[in-house]
Design a protein around this ligand. Structure first.
Ligand SMILES: [Zn+2]
Length: 230
């Protein structure tokens, strides 16, 4: 994403969130060749290979471009708030549990949350650490900080299987929102049949149809364990 400011000092920031194998091609397509100082800010949500395996290739390519400065901000070293050269603020939100140091990244000015593997559409990431307290707290952190109308960009297209799990929880779990959840699952089925993405929802929508954002701590653990064997 190009967040270059319209001031007289030529400067452009590009944001890349996570760096899977083969992501260099997308980076090359996005970055317009320029003689002006340009920054590529790479934010890594966590260390898993499907989020980081393309990093070395991107760094190697970037090193050959004199005006391109690369900043890698990882889940482990990213401060609470980072202000990019274009004055865009990126907040990091602690969402441990999937890994012991997973972070989500939130740009209020762009109204966008990059949720990595902490939050998916209609679901959440597997708690590989076993730390259910941390996983639950992470989702509460998102609820405390992210605006309802923020765009949620997660890392995987798992919505169809997540939706099937949502239906398996039954009408009693969803109460008055049961019809809305069923409608979402129908929409997801149609989108996937056309090979279209289901990702790019609002946080408000996720608060409606994502079971993991609707439950208390005890219920979170119960349904997370159910999902593990679903
Ligand atoms: Zn992961």
């Amino acid at each position: 994403m190009d967040a270059s400011p319209s001031n007289c000092e030529p400067k452009a920031d590009y944001l890349l969130s996570d760096c899977p194998e083969g992501c260099l091609e997308g980076v090359k397509d996005a970055i317009t060749p320029s003689n002006s100082p340009t920054t590529l800010n790479i934010f890594l949500t966590h260390h898993h290979a499907d989020h980081t395996a393309g990093l070395d290739e991107v760094l190697e390519w970037a090193a050959s471009r004199e005006t391109l400065d690369v900043k890698v901000r990882t889940h482990a070293n990213c401060p609470v708030s980072t202000t990019l050269p274009s004055s865009l603020d990126i907040e990091s939100i602690v969402t441990h549990g999937h890994t012991e140091d997973h972070k989500c990244f939130y740009a209020p000015a762009l109204n966008t949350l990059v949720s990595g593997d902490a939050l998916f559409s209609m679901g959440c990431g597997r708690v590989f650490t076993g730390d259910m307290d941390a996983a639950y707290e992470g989702l509460q952190n998102l609820k405390a900080q992210v605006a309802d109308d923020a765009l949620v960009l997660c890392s995987h297209e798992y919505t169809a299987s997540n939706g099937a799990f949502c239906l398996s929880l039954g009408e009693e779990f969803w109460g008055k929102d049961w019809a809305a959840v069923r409608e979402r699952v129908e929409d997801v089925t149609k989108l996937r049949a056309q090979n279209l993405p289901t990702i790019g929802t609002s946080f408000k929508q996720e608060k409606l149809w994502n079971p993991f954002l609707r439950v208390d701590r005890a219920e979170f653990e119960r349904i997370r364990k159910l999902k593990d064997s679903f």
